[in-house]
Design a protein around this ligand. Sequence first.
Ligand SMILES: Nc1ncnc2c1ncn2[C@@H]1O[C@H](COP(=O)(O)OP(=O)(O)OP(=O)(O)O)[C@@H](O)[C@H]1O
Ligand SMILES: [Mg+2]
Length: 329
Amino acid sequence: MTAAPHAEERAAGPLPAARELLGESEAMREVQRLIDRAAATDATVLVRGESGTGKELAARALHERSRRRSGPFVKVHCAALPDALLESELFGYEKGAFTGAACRKPGRVELAEGGTLFLDEIGDVTPAVQVKLLRLLQDRAYERLGGTRTLHADVRFVAATHRNLEEMIEAGQFREDLFYRLNVVPIWIPPLRDRPGDVARLAREFSEAIASAAGRRGAGLSDDAVERLAAHRWTGNVRQLQNLIERLIVLSDGPSISLADVERELSREPAKPAGVPQELSLGARTSTAEREALQEALTRAGDNRSLAARLLGISRRTLYSKLAEHGLK
Ligand SMILES: Nc1ncnc2c1ncn2[C@@H]1O[C@H](COP(=O)(O)OP(=O)(O)OP(=O)(O)O)[C@@H](O)[C@H]1O
Ligand SMILES: [Mg+2]
């Protein structure tokens, strides 16, 4: 069995930046208002939006602004675990509940007592676990695996997904009753390309935070570089912008990031149609991962093919054939 992920996980991304949900666009102001209003209650919140829009950050902001802020914020990544593991992560187990259960272990619901339980990627939960979640949300009641005592959860629930739950309900993949229990306060985070006015502020905040963490104070963005970033169609949303800025700062050695630097890095971004749900076929996923690895290796190696091949752990020959296969020069 793999080690269970720790209860209090860091937000995605390696950065010290962005603990705060930034954005002055009207759409983001509305998101902030909704978070504030929901934070004043214990209502269940469903955060939706494309990948990288800031759903997890919104869930954390909600917790921080609520009366539960001194309690724990516990995240469960529902997509990462097979059913049996997800259930034992959520509900915990009693000693002897199954082979290997040497002692009682509290679940995440229990660990979140007095705080907030963040059910991330809720759209990926199987029908078997959906039933158990429904009971938890409906009655705030659950049992540890192998246990007979019913426990009561004093927890605020926040769930998030990038999936289209309405379509999943239509297709019989997601329980409608669970959807209504989750969707008490719906919060939609708009894609970054629909709020270009937010890009400049985000870009400047990220570049300052990343530069200072890297001991590179002064490696700021020039005005035309920021303009170019704001004009880009960000299919990977805020996460893509943040990663690009990190790369710009790591790779630049001049005093500031120029328009040309931005153009160069943008031309290396993988083209991905906006808003289209990700392909689930393993072939497509593998191919995307391979392409991204190739691009990253080239970037890190500053286009030095031998170095890129070494970073990837393949021969130069294989590198050339893979580059050709992916149409990367
Ligand atoms: N409005 C924002 N202000 C500042 N930082 C942001 C904002 N939105 C997102 N970020 C940053 O972008 C990155 C992605 O955000 P987050 O992990 O919350 O996205 P997500 O919607 O949960 O994505 P996914 O669906 O892929 O899990 C994080 O590093 C986060 O800190
Ligand atoms: Mg997330």
